[in-house]
Write a protein that binds this ligand. Sequence first.
Ligand code: C2O
Length: 345
Amino acid sequence: SWVLSPNLSTCHQSLGRAGLPVYCCPPKPESEEPVTDFQFPDPSSPLRTRRPAHRVDENYISKYRKALDIMKSLPYDDPRSFMRQADMHCLYCTGAYNQQVTNYPFNIHRSWLFFPWHRMMMYFHERILGSLIGDDTFALPFWAWDIPDGMMTPKMYLNPPFTNHRRDTSHYSKVVDLNYGCEKYSCPERGLSSQEQIDYNLALMYNHVVSGAKKMELFMGCPLKAGEAGFCDGKGTIESAPHNTVHKWIGSGTFPGREDMGVFYSAARDPSFYAHHTNIDRLWEVWRGLHDNVNMTDPDWLDTAFFFHNEKSQLVRIRIRDVLNITKLRYAYEEVELAWLDRRP
Ligand code: C2O
């Protein structure tokens, strides 16, 4: 058997959504760059503590603002630039690379690659931001949409540079619907009062992290392996909701894919993407704590490898086994009360 990994020399045009070809390949082929294997940060380096976006102070926001402004000003040639960061998501989520050996389009959604790949993306993104302002304690915030205090769009995302021109601004005054659904291009509002929506959300969280996610595949998604007919297609509980649903809820209803957040090729162009995904990443940790009998030991999963640029613009090969201990990655989450833990419907 061989390791599941993208073949960097195959980068090609892909499909952003029905009828929309997109090209998000790096300007200089990555296959011509030297590759280094991932190394853990120095164990004595500071632990970056990710905090809920609704609780951060003006001092933190101005640091993040400065870092993001610099990142947005870098040229597209620079892999640390904001558009190149956003296009990492386009590359790995629209099938722009083919897999090694089988040549089947490589896609990290709808399978057990979902959590670890996004963890890597947040890890490198956070360290790049920190390095741009010379702050090795810098940590991304997380949008704690799973607890009542965090269920509205965090205020910091209503001001530049954290805004985005393609959003459903009618949702700014509402409690998020963690189960926001779309059929074709119509996404009806649930029409609940704020309190009813909060209760609805807490029950959904209980179901998708606790009662409905007792087995590995239910939560993590189906086991995608190299060479097995090319793909499996089964997203885990959290990936379907709140993950997909919050993406749609943020994106603008005047665009066919609810761009930017509503569709893979453009989602990471919205700064709120990163706060959405740090919360997803945090919930992976929460789930592991609640179901400590679920051990992920399959070598096919552990050895699956991806490529990212680090804060020194070096191309790094990183495996899933490298990202299973967040303390070794030198970051942590500020604890928030798990308001949904006792919300058995
Ligand atoms: Cu790769 Cu939130 O999507």
